[in-house]
Design a protein. Structure first.
Length: 309
C-alpha cells in the first residue's frame, strides 16, 4: 500500500486504538493533523478545532467510564460513514460471501482506496469490521459478507455525523441524506454553489427548522443557466414565504472575475457540510456528503458578491 493516502482510504492504516487514543489527546490538550484529522472529521467526531458532541461522548464512554466494548461498537458505527465502508455496504449487501479480491477490485473501481492497494492492506480493516458486526469476515475462506443495517438507519452521533455516500443504488436515500443535513442547520444558513439550482430552494423550504433559523443566504456563480428569469421568480416566491415567518433570505452572485472557489457547501451556525451538486442527488450519480474540518470564508465571499436583480 502507498505510504501516503489522501482521503478516506487512510483508514486502512489507522486502527481503532489509534483513533481512541487520538480522541483522548484532543480531549486533554491536543489537536489532530493529517490523515487522522481527516478521518475524525469525516466520522463526525471532530469539528471546528475540537471534539464534536459525538466525539466527546466517545471519549467519556471509553476513557472515563471504561466501557471499552461499547466504545468500540460506537466507533465502528462512526466509521461506517467513510467511503470504503459505504461502497461495501451499498454494493455488496445481500450478495452473500464475496472474495477478498473482489472487494478490493470494487474499492479500486470506486477510487475508495489508493492505487496500488493490495488485499493484505485490507485485512486489518476487515478484522475490525468483523469485530463490530459490520461484516462477516472469514480468514479461512478469505471472503467478506456485509452485515450492515439498512442505510436509512440512524447513524452514529446523528447530529454531528450524517456523512454518507450518494449512490445510484439508493436513489430515494440520496435525498433523505441531504434532508437530514438541512434539518440540523440553524442561525444563518448558507448554501454556496457556483451552479446553484432552484431545486435547492424546494428542499430548504420543506426541511429547514425555521424556529432555529435567522436568515438564509444563497451564494452562486454567474453562469447563464444559473441566473435565469425562472430561477429569480422561484427565489422571489421562496423569499416571500420566508418573510411570512419573519426570516430574511438573500441571493448574491460571486462573479467569475472574483470567484476563487469551485466546491459546494451547506452550513448553519454550528456545522458546515461539503455537498455534491443537487442535480447529482436526483441523477443518482456517485458522490458524498460530509462534514467539513474548516469552514470556508463565507463572509468574505458574501461581502464582495453582488445582489441578484
Amino acid at each position: 500500500m502507498p505510504e501516503e493516502e489522501v482521503g478516506d482510504g487512510a483508514i486502512l492504516r489507522i486502527s481503532a486504538d489509534d483513533i481512541l487514543t487520538e480522541i483522548r489527546n484532543i480531549a486533554l490538550s491536543g489537536s489532530p493533523t493529517g490523515a487522522m484529522k481527516h478521518i475524525l472529521a469525516r466520522c463526525g467526531l471532530f469539528v471546528d478545532k475540537d471534539l464534536s458532541e459525538a466525539g466527546t461522548a466517545l471519549f467519556k464512554l471509553h476513557w472515563v467510564l471504561g466501557r471499552h466494548n461499547e466504545a468500540h461498537k460506537s466507533l465502528g458505527s462512526a466509521i461506517r460513514q467513510l467511503n470504503p465502508i459505504q461502497v461495501m455496504e451499498q454494493e455488496l449487501r445481500g450478495l452473500g460471501p464475496i472474495p477478498e479480491s473482489g472487494v478490493l477490485d470494487l474499492l479500486l473501481q470506486h477510487k475508495s482506496v489508493p492505487p496500488g492497494t493490495g488485499v493484505e492492506d485490507l485485512r486489518r480493516l476487515f478484522n475490525w469490521l468483523n469485530q463490530v458486526d459490520i461484516i462477516a469476515y472469514s480468514k479461512k475462506m478469505k471472503t467478506v459478507r456485509v452485515l450492515a443495517p439498512s442505510p436509512d438507519a440512524p447513524l452514529a452521533g446523528e447530529i454531528d455525523a450524517i456523512a454518507a455516500m450518494i449512490s445510484p443504488r439508493t436513489p430515494f436515500l440520496n435525498v433523505v441524506r441531504l434532508r437530514r443535513v438541512i434539518r440540523t442547520l440553524d442561525g444563518i444558513v448558507w448554501w454556496a454553489d457556483p451552479h446553484f439550482q432552484v431545486r435547492g430552494l424546494e428542499e430548504l423550504a420543506e426541511e429547514l427548522d425555521f424556529t432555529h433559523v435567522k436568515e438564509v443566504r444563497i451564494l452562486s456563480g454567474d453562469a447563464e443557466n444559473v441566473l435565469t428569469e425562472r430561477s429569480m421568480k422561484d427565489f422571489r416566491r421562496f423569499q416571500a414565504q420566508l418573510e411570512l415567518k419573519s426570516i430574511e433570505s438573500f441571493w448574491r452572485v460571486d462573479t467569475r472575475k472574483t470567484r476563487d472557489w469551485h466546491d459546494r457547501w451547506l452550513a448553519g451556525g454550528k456545522s458546515t457540510w461539503n455537498i455534491p451538486p443537487i442535480n447529482t442527488l436526483f441523477k443518482n450519480d456517485y458522490s458524498e456528503i460530509y462534514p467539513c474540518v474548516e469552514r470556508p470564508p463565507f463572509d468574505e465571499w458574501w461581502s464582495r458578491s453582488v445582489e441578484r436583480q
